[in-house]
Write a protein that binds this ligand. Structure first.
Ligand code: SF4
Length: 420
């Protein structure tokens, strides 16, 4: 084996894979210093979370960064003048097994540019997973990227070997896709998604009857959207995410702030990176929709097409809907409790249990873990005063921001001073 060439390929293809966030964290460039332990530099190792909540490290690489397409937002697009490389199938298998044996990784995240066509590329991704499972008896985690436009037969096979499959929708709107990735059609993404969804349902149903039915993509499917490349609003993004969750039973939608990599009039200028805070707010909204019973139009609508950057989306919604408050924590149902800013789902469960035995007051709620600096303006409990009194939304927001210790608070120093 030519180790120098493999190392060079690893550098190129791990670096190209870092723009994909759909397996969580990656992109660290911390190097090993003077006999320190570990090295996170360009080794292509990232972390992900399994279904049972374990954090695992994955070898995260592209099979190739050659591509026949020219998507404007992508560093791998064919018109970009960059160093290209491609792994052979056996090289990826060997790297995965060697890294696994050395305890560097617990699994593989494999994506790819498109070689000749979708099926030719997908066939190679599937071949890697198949070899790992059948020849190497590898039982670690495998996340395969599905290539847009890949055939149903290959998607079927992919799910037999991979734990998770994902097709990155990338541009949240159809008009944005036409503008930035004119070679791709919307159906190129949705067809493989639909196939994977149908197979997951079919296998699950069969397993209920025949216990020996193999698992098909047991960690489900996910997708990623690039945020801020095509001028879409947060409303466009979250409506689109909701559609994918509902229609294709996505396990996760990931939001990745666009990193300007090209000088192109269709794209934001180089240097105008999407603030991390916008990604953060989108993830918070995603959480509210999936676990807190919010409907997307309650948070984002014609009047409010973008999320409030000062405060989290639940607080923002509460400030616009003061008529729903105060909520009595000793009486309210689960759905209403979950709408109080500063009360998470774990606290909701604890409140439901605790109030069977006694009426709760501020001290009890503090011990339960309720963030009273926010919650106090929106609820009443077994204490005499109600903190909101006659405050309006602006005043409440100002008072909360003053007592907030969030990591983004400094960004809003100027705005906070308005409330002093
Ligand atoms: S098809 Fe994928 S890899 Fe190729 S240019 Fe488009 S986004 Fe990049």
């Amino acid at each position: 084996m030519d180790f120098d060439r493999i190392r060079e390929k690893l550098n190129i293809l791990a670096d190209a894979a870092k723009y994909d966030v759909s397996c969580a964290s990656s992109g660290s460039d911390r190097t090993n210093k003077a006999k320190g332990l570990g090295n996170a530099s360009k080794m292509g190792i990232c972390h992900s979370y399994t279904e049972d909540g374990r954090c695992i490290s994955l070898l995260k690489i592209l099979l190739t960064n050659h591509c026949i397409y020219d998507c404007a937002y992508c560093v791998t697009r064919k018109s970009n003048d960059i160093k290209r490389a491609a792994f052979k199938i056996q090289e990826v298998v060997d790297l995965t097994i060697n890294f696994y044996r050395r305890n560097y990784i617990e699994g593989l995240f494999l994506s790819s540019g498109i070689f000749k066509n979708a099926d030719y590329t997908m066939e190679r991704l599937v071949a890697v997973a198949k070899k790992l499972r059948e020849e190497e008896n590898f039982n670690g985690y495998i996340h395969l990227k599905s290539i847009p436009g890949a055939s149903d037969e290959l998607m079927y096979e992919a799910g037999l070997y991979a734990d998770r499959l994902s097709v990155n929708i990338e541009v949240p709107t159809i008009s944005g896709l036409k503008l930035l990735a004119p070679d791709k059609k919307h159906e190129d993404f949705t067809k493989p998604m639909l196939k994977v969804k149908n197979e997951i349902v079919r296998f699950q149903t069969e397993r209920k009857i025949i216990k020996s039915t193999p698992k098909y993509a047991p960690a489900g499917q996910s997708t990623q959207m690039i945020v801020g490349a095509s001028g879409e609003t947060d409303k466009d993004i979250m409506y689109s995410a909701t559609y994918y969750y509902k229609t294709y039973q996505m396990r996760r939608v990931y939001y990745s702030g666009y990193v300007p990599v090209a000088d192109d009039v269709r794209l934001p200028a180089i240097g105008s990176q999407v603030p991390m805070l916008r990604e953060n707010r989108l993830y918070q909204t995603d959480w509210l929709l999936r676990f807190y019973g919010f409907a997307v139009n309650e948070i984002l609508n014609k009047e409010h097409p973008n999320l409030d950057m000062d405060v989290d989306p639940k607080l923002s919604w509460a400030l616009r809907n003061l008529h729903h408050f105060p909520v009595d924590v000793n009486m309210a149902d689960k759905r209403l409790l979950a709408r109080i800013p500063g009360i998470g789902m774990q606290s909701v469960e604890k409140i439901m249990k605790a109030r069977k035995f006694r009426r709760l007051n501020w001290d009890h709620l503090k011990k339960i873990g309720v963030a009273l600096n926010r919650a106090q303006y929106f609820m009443v409990c077994d204490s005499r005063h109600w903190e909101r009194r006659d405050l309006d939304a602006e005043k409440i927001k100002g008072m909360i921001l003053q007592t907030s210790s969030g990591k983004f608070r400094n960004l809003y120093g100027n705005q906070l001073s308005l409330f002093n």
